[in-house]
Design a binder for this molecule. Structure first.
Ligand code: G
Ligand code: G
Ligand code: MN
Ligand code: NA
Length: 254
């Protein structure tokens, strides 16, 4: 397919870009991190969503080079912000299960951090619940090797998969991100509110920080604050924005 061929050339044509969405402290609304979200500006079709091209990349082997590009760009961006004297914040990068199948991923992560001169604790990797719960010993070894570097791990889209609490307890993760499907109707649906509160309590009981995604209204924010949710991400505060706008948000202290 045409798009698939174009994707192979997207990196060298410099059509890929990372946008950054703030993750803010629930209480004082200060930015505690950014999530990096990949964007593809296609020469003739315009912006194409990762929902479309990440599965394509996973199918044609491009996920390797693209994942490497994303890690490098995120680390270089942190370095650039540091050089501009902007207060340092961690950046979270999404990793798909397929990327993590490669046993040399921990080496790659370390290389990107070293190249950019960024301390490992500034980088966070978001893995979906399904990725984390993967059974294979090899996968679990890769996760613990990455965590061993000092890189933080977060479980993304939490609540949509099947979690073994025993595995979660053993897994070297520091953060749960409540999937936005539970946040959208938080103010109207008591069931969703109960699920959000349960995830927050369970996460805290396991010593984890809990972030809610997809927060769009003040009502949702108030319910999550009341439930003790640590941090908030969503259009209520900011959409994902290009790097220069993200830097501006940081400079203003938000
Ligand atoms: O902004 P939003 O439409 O960008 O993202 C859609 C989906 O694409 C989300 O599930 C997000 O996790 C995923 N995604 C965004 N950027 C990346 C990336 O760099 N790598 C991977 N594997 N997934 C990404
Ligand atoms: O799957 P993951 O959580 O990595 O992807 C984050 C996705 O959620 C991205 O597509 C991002 O653009 C989107 N997103 C972030 N905040 C909001 C929000 O407040 N509302 C909605 N509908 N989507 C959001
Ligand atoms: Mn994510
Ligand atoms: Na999510």
């Amino acid at each position: 397919r045409r798009l698939e061929n174009d994707l192979r050339r997207a990196i060298q044509r410099e059509e890929l870009e990372l946008h950054y969405q703030p993750i803010v402290n629930t209480i004082d609304h200060r930015i505690i991190a950014f999530e990096a979200l990949l964007r593809w500006r296609h020469a003739s079709d315009g912006w194409i969503s990762p929902v479309e091209f990440i599965p394509m990349a996973e199918g044609n082997g491009m996920i390797g080079p693209i994942g490497e590009w994303v890690l490098r760009r995120a680390c270089q961006q942190m370095r650039d912000w540091d050089r501009q004297g902007i207060p340092p914040v961690p950046v979270a990068v999404n990793m798909s299960a397929l990327q993590l199948k490669r046993h040399d991923v921990p080496l790659l992560v370390r290389k990107m951090l070293t190249e950019a001169g960024i301390p490992s604790h500034r980088l966070e990797l978001e893995l979906t619940e399904t990725t984390v719960m993967e059974d294979a010993d090899a996968a679990q070894r890769i996760f613990s090797d990455i965590a061993g570097l000092g890189v933080k791990l977060a479980v993304d889209d939490f609540g949509t998969g099947y979690s073994s609490l025993a595995r979660l307890k053993r897994f070297p993760v520091g953060k749960l991100k409540i999937d936005r499907s539970f946040v959208g109707d938080l103010a109207e649906d008591e069931g969703d509110a109960a699920i959000a509160r349960a995830i927050i309590s369970m996460g805290h009981a396991m010593g984890l920080k809990v972030v809610a995604e997809g927060v769009e209204t003040a009502e949702q924010l108030a319910i999550l604050a009341d439930a003790g949710c640590d941090a908030i991400q969503g259009f209520f505060f900011s959409r994902p924005v290009p790097a220069d706008q993200a830097a501006e948000l940081l400079r203003r202290g938000f």
